[in-house]
Design a protein around this ligand. Structure first.
Ligand code: GTR
Length: 331
């Protein structure tokens, strides 16, 4: 369902007499509703708001996107469904909760699939990234550009994690995807899939012992206030999309599609730049608040534990093995 707005646009029409007259005619504008899980000031939020403003300006109000922050339009799995069926027009989605719907994207959720963020950018900006965009399009989501989401690390309320043994018995919140349940269980922990918005209270009340995320989310969600140990496992590097609902996309003229695509790419460039400083600032804020951050000298102990996760995934999705190989081979 689209919410339309009537705007007055001044147009020139040629009257019957042949003379040019200026009239004000109502023209339909699309008020695009955009889902964003993050608060104001977060790198993704700034980039999305800039996208919205530029699209509105360049289409002269024909497309008028508005960003709804803090996940007020629903949890991420709900918002994915709403964007797929056109109730929402655009969103910034992490590829983690996308896995249950677009199975190809699960490849991006395999632990340690990327060597570093640069590797992820190289893959997503190239031919392999286009394959993910094609898979998303089949499920009614048009991925116009890729945002950064850094590397996710484990944090918890009781001790620093240096080896997989330190995860044993911990109740760890994960995003909504069975792959992450397997990942935490392979480390000996108990995984609890849960919406992002419930994590703070669950950490505070001891429903869970820990979770995992990048620095900006660990800080902006205030999880650092109730979880003192942040351990640099960097086990997941997951890209995010700026996605538009297929129905909203197809309602645009080719010219407006071009504008929206260009602005989405500019927004991702802006987001990636903001991400670098934002991560540094968030790290400093949590350090100043007394969080203990530890590096992990040897991550291979964690990587080794992920072998059964890969084996099970490939056994269940043999057709995706070549995609894994292509990603691994590209760095
Ligand atoms: C953030 C990500 C969000 C959401 C969140 C979570 O890093 O940007 O889209 O997936 O993590 O843990 O649920």
């Amino acid at each position: 369902m689209q919410i339309k707005k009537l705007v007055n646009q001044t147009v020139c029409v040629t009257a019957v007499s042949g003379a040019m007259v200026v009239m004000s005619l109502p023209v339909q504008a699309d008020n695009w509703r955009g889902w964003n899980i993050h608060p104001p000031g977060y790198p993704n939020t700034i980039a999305l708001e800039s996208f919205a403003e530029s699209v509105s300006e360049r289409t002269e109000g024909r497309v008028h996107p508005q960003v709804y922050n803090n996940g007020v339009l629903g949890s991420q799995p709900d918002a994915i469904e709403q964007t797929r069926n056109g109730a929402l027009d655009f969103a910034n989605f992490n590829m983690g909760p996308m896995g249950p719907i677009v199975k190809e994207t699960n490849v991006l959720s395999l632990p340690f699939i990327f060597n570093n963020v640069e590797h992820m950018h190289e893959v997503m900006d190239g031919e392999v990234g286009q394959r993910f965009a094609d898979a998303l399009a089949e499920k009614n989501l048009i991925a116009l550009s890729w945002f950064d989401s850094g590397a996710r690390s484990l944090y918890n309320t009781s001790h620093p994690i240096n080896s997989p043994e330190d995860v044993e018995g911990l109740k760890v919140r994960v995003m909504n995807n069975d792959l992450y349940v397997n990942m935490i269980e392979a480390l000996g922990g108990n995984a609890t899939p849960m919406a992002y918005g419930e994590v703070y209270q669950s950490l505070k009340t001891g429903v869970i012992d820990g979770a995992e995320n990048n620095y900006p989310s660990f800080q902006s969600s205030n999880h650092y206030e109730v979880s003192q140990y942040y351990s640099l496992t960097e086990h997941l590097i997951i890209p995010e999309c700026l996605c538009v609902a297929k129905s909203s996309w197809e309602a645009l003229s080719p010219e407006d599609q071009e504008i929206v695509r260009e602005e989405a790419i500019k927004a991702s460039e802006m987001q990636r730049q903001l991400w670098v400083d934002g991560s540094r600032e968030s790290r400093q804020i949590v350090l100043d608040a007394g969080v203990e951050i530890n590096e992990i000298a040897d991550k291979s102990t964690f990587q080794d534990k992920m072998q059964p996760v890969y084996a099970e995934f490939i056994a269940e999705n043999p057709e995706l093995e070549s995609l894994i190989d292509d990603i691994k081979a590209s760095n």
